[in-house]
Write a protein that binds this ligand. Sequence first.
Ligand SMILES: NC(=O)c1ccc[n+]([C@@H]2O[C@H](COP(=O)([O-])OP(=O)(O)OC[C@H]3O[C@@H](n4cnc5c(N)ncnc54)[C@H](OP(=O)(O)O)[C@@H]3O)[C@@H](O)[C@H]2O)c1
Length: 435
Amino acid sequence: MTTSQRESLGVGLLGVGVVGSAVARALLEGRTQQTVPGSHPLVLKQAVVRNLESERPVPRDLLSDDVASVVDNPDVDIVVELMGGEEPASSSIRAALKSGKHVITANKEAIAKNGDELIALAEANGVRLLYEAAVGGGIPIIGPLSSDLLANKIQSLRAIINGTTNYILTRMTAQGEAFDDVLADAQALGYAEADPTADVDGWDAMYKIAILARLAYGASVPLDSIHREGIRPVTASDIRNAATLGYTIKLIAVARLEEGGLLVRVHPALIPNSVPMAKVDGVLNVCEIEGDLVGPLWLQGRGAGPEATASAVLGDIIRVARAPKTINPPRKLSSPPALLEMSDYECQYYLRLVAKDQPGVLAEVAGILASRSISIDSVLQMDSNPEAGTADIVLTTHPAREREVQQAVEQISAVSSIEKFASLLRIEPYGDTPA
Ligand SMILES: NC(=O)c1ccc[n+]([C@@H]2O[C@H](COP(=O)([O-])OP(=O)(O)OC[C@H]3O[C@@H](n4cnc5c(N)ncnc54)[C@H](OP(=O)(O)O)[C@@H]3O)[C@@H](O)[C@H]2O)c1
């Protein structure tokens, strides 16, 4: 059969929202045939939404509100799941794979929670499950980790992979605004959901780093093994203090081989202003990958948005259309690294205390830290409040173990001259910055 005679492949869309609409438009315009003429032609056979009355870029006769009309449709070879959320997405993906259909999804929650099972199901049924758009929107991250970098031992992945929190922190940094004010504005502008929990509390970033870590380290990374903190506790004064010390606060997701195993963590961190990650602003995403052969890689781009995300979804669709029978199982190591706990982590810390403005407070705090072998790197007295008779004391430490620091925080919080233990943030280590 010549390329011009290749059989067409039927596509079924589950969801025609922000991303689904961009994907539907591209399919209906025949973009995939224009960009990759030699692949199997793709034909949109059916699309599923909840509300049939809303306007869509899909002809009315192709629309349905029944997931089964795609999943059980014999004319559909490739199911493109763009509904989001764990259910009914995961069940639909499962059913489609079981009935021998390839599945493309942008759904980080479904893949992070049920990926092990779904990947095995795809393999067992001889079909492909591709999910490039689930992490980093349009940035190719899954592809390189799944194929181009397979010869490498990945030493670390460090990423800004949540655009909403990066937008909020960027605004707080640039304009000194408070978290709640920026969040309200981000919601009005459509950069944050009405319920911002998934983004601001770090769930979204946790799902994404779980997916990347599984690919990079050839093993499942249970979500409850990942340390997760969001950005709600970060205040405008933390951001100001960090700037005074030469840092920018970012929500980062990291998977790194440390002594004894793999630590996966999501939390706000002070990033030295001298490194490029400190300048990845607004809704941009970035992923730094360090491989033993390739060295450091830097993948930056639009982590969301209809066209950028559709770029990743369509790339996956084209991969299937070019070679529907090629199955590439992901890296699976027989002895994957042990998963470490956050309490074993060691780094420099930023601590902020609201203390009574009186002599001896600092000596008491320093004594508690010293008793746990935590040495102080710098001390700043900031934001005095004469009316309340308090001042903020900002300390940075030399590298210390998380367990010791948390215990010291408990002790410091109980000191009578400390009004409040206000912040604990970690300073992200970089090879070329002072430890
Ligand atoms: N938006 C982005 O920039 C972006 C970036 C990266 C990844 N993603 C991922 O892409 C996926 C889609 O996101 P999106 O922003 O396009 O979401 P969206 O705009 O909310 O669209 C979701 C679509 O799915 C349909 N849907 C939801 N539940 C359904 C159900 N139970 N039965 C039938 N249809 C259902 C909705 O129907 P109605 O329209 O009738 O409600 C809508 O058409 C998510 O997994 C998301 O995490 C999005």
